[in-house]
Write a protein that binds this ligand. Structure first.
Ligand code: S3P
Length: 189
């Protein structure tokens, strides 16, 4: 799906950025573009960007796939919750989270209370195409990625719907998605 380009000048973006008093946390399925859009968004807002999965990997000195393999998903979720709490505490500008983070009740309530949560929604076909580019996601290794992503989309949609801001990301440019987020935050603040 192609989205309209938001028309915002740099001065308008700067004015909106000055009103943002909390981290912006991006949630949504694997392949939705949380990290690429997040980087773009941070650049536009002149804020810093951090990827929660990378922070988890640094803290554990293991890859996400290795954490799943050695200790299981529940252990990964515990570490994910702690790391996201720390990143929020450190007041990073834009934080991209792994697709399952917002499904965890404690992580979700923390994000909803202390940050601006933005759900990046994307059609399953695009998610499948984007996630096929790399083979590092443990949840997609156990079967057909299209089936898994379709199921996760259904299961997780009610949780993602709790985010106060929702934008669609598809075939359009990531910059347009980042601009849509800024416009939506402006309307929401
Ligand atoms: C997961 C998404 C991944 C990563 C882990 C689990 C999920 O992050 O946290 O593999 O449960 O959807 P991305 O959404 O950045 O791929």
């Amino acid at each position: 799906m192609r989205c309209e380009t938001a028309a915002l000048s740099q001065a308008e973006i700067g004015a909106i950025a000055r009103r943002i008093d909390r981290p912006i946390v991006l949630v949504g399925l694997m392949g939705a573009g949380k990290s690429t859009v997040g980087r773009k968004l941070a650049t536009l807002l002149q804020a810093d960007f951090i990827d929660a999965d990378e922070a988890i990997e640094q803290a554990a000195a293991l890859s996400v796939a290795e954490i799943f393999e050695r200790f299981g998903e529940a252990h990964f979720r515990d570490g994910e919750r702690r790391v996201i709490a720390r990143l929020i505490e450190e007041r990073h500008g834009v934080i991209a989270t792994g697709g399952g983070a917002f499904v965890d009740p404690l992580t979700r309530s923390l994000i909803l209370e202390r940050t601006i949560a933005v759900y990046i929604e994307c059609d399953v076909a695009t998610l499948v195409e984007r996630t096929a580019r790399r083979d590092h996601r443990p949840l997609l290794r156990s079967g057909d990625p299209a089936e898994i992503l379709g199921r996760l989309q259904q299961e997780r949609a009610p949780f993602y719907a709790e985010a106060p801001i929702r934008v669609l990301s598809g075939g359009g440019h990531q910059r347009d998605t980042a601009l849509q987020i800024i416009e939506a935050i402006d309307g929401w603040l």
